[in-house]
Design a protein around this ligand. Structure first.
Ligand code: FA5
Length: 338
């Protein structure tokens, strides 16, 4: 079969033109198959190259160049189309995965713990750091735990200090809403042998009229230590340590003699507010021997101290709040500050 150099050259450029069109129209999937169709062993361009040998030697170089150029140009088109499709795919993927970081997302208000709860947790942390354990007692309490075991026999005048809310349950006057956290002292001492280092935070209830420093429902944290050779100095040192840990150094406080039937001697602890006025924070004292005896603890061997502080009042001083009623007004603008 005779081969004509001119025909062969024309064929090469016509094949290259067809291939260029096919490549331009192909998508990524079609392109993968096109490579062998256009440039593979049985492609028309390859068979054209093979037929170069049949040309007269003088015509071979020029025709050879034309075929080689056609193959090179198809191959180059092929690569550039491949790159173009690859880039387009990447762009599409980036676009679909794009995050608009300038978009303002409404943060849901997840809320927070009430300032009194936060204060209670902080106090628990302070005491746990000092080696104390946390105990709990019931809010609906027996008159025996709330008063009798604490050395307030029926008719004792000191009961008048507590305007008590009684619950209509059992014998009249036998069940009440606890007026202080001190009954937890009794429950702990009856249940666990000394040595004891315990705090008991919780809600208390009294028929007090709400004012700037009183609420009918409030919170106390009770402290109880029973060990050998415990003295009034240990009590004073403990109160100093925890109030300093809670308020920070530099606040002014005073202990003032007082009376509680379950402690002897007894004292009250006051703190100076930023405006200079004194606010009573709590009561304390050395546990009365009669109370230890009721709980089956020998006062000849063991001694101890106890204290009961108002948690709401601690929070008032720490955060400079003038009126306790603000805690319960449910005004979000006030509560969000803490
Ligand atoms: C008592 O309740 C004794 N149980 C404290 C105690 C414990 C003494 C252990 C000795 C040993 P008092 O009634 O003073 O004490 O209350 C103690 C503190 O509770 C007060 O100083 C005050 O901070 C807080 N508190 C009392 N009543 C209210 C109230 N109505 N509202 C807010 N806080 C109150």
């Amino acid at each position: 079969m005779s081969v004509d150099a001119r025909e062969l050259t024309a064929e090469a450029s016509s094949l290259a033109a067809q291939a260029t069109e096919a490549i331009a129209a192909a998508d990524a999937e079609e392109l993968a198959g096109l490579r062998s169709t256009l440039l593979g062993k049985s492609s028309q361009l390859t068979s054209l190259r093979r037929s170069l040998g049949k040309l007269p030697p003088a015509e071979r170089p020029a025709a050879g160049r034309a075929v080689t150029e056609a193959i090179a140009s198809v191959s180059a088109r092929f690569e550039s189309r491949l790159a173009e499709l690859g880039e387009r795919k990447l762009r599409e993927r980036l676009e679909s995965e794009r995050l608009d970081l300038t978009e303002i997302v409404e943060q849901p208000d997840v809320g927070r713990l009430h300032v009194v709860t936060q204060t209670q947790h902080r106090l628990e942390d302070v005491f746990c750091g000092m080696g104390y354990e946390v105990a709990e007692g019931p809010e609906v309490e027996t008159e025996w735990h709330n008063f009798v075991a604490l050395n307030f026999p029926p008719g004792h005048p000191a009961r008048d200090m507590y305007d008590t809310l009684y619950v209509n349950y059992g014998e009249p006057g036998s069940t009440l809403l606890r007026t202080h956290t001190s009954p937890v002292q009794i429950r702990v001492m009856q249940a666990v042998p000394p040595p004891l280092y315990v705090v008991a935070p919780g809600r208390c209830f009294r028929r007090d009229t709400a004012d700037a420093t009183h609420m009918p429902v409030f919170h106390q944290i009770e402290g109880l230590v029973v060990d050998k050779d415990i003295s009034l100095g240990d009590l004073a040192g403990t109160i100093e340590a925890f109030t300093t840990a809670y308020f920070g150094p530099g606040f002014t406080s005073r202990l003032r003699p007082s009376y509680f039937p379950f402690t002897e001697p007894s004292a009250e602890f006051d703190v100076a507010r930023p405006d200079g006025a004194w606010l009573e924070l709590g009561g304390c004292g050395m546990i009365h021997p009669a109370v230890l005896e009721v709980c089956g603890i020998d006062p000849e061997v063991w001694s101890g101290f106890a204290f009961g502080f108002g948690i709401d009042r601690l929070a008032m001083i720490r955060f400079g709040i003038d009126d306790l009623r603000d805690f319960w007004s449910n005004d979000a603008r006030f509560l969000e500050q803490f």
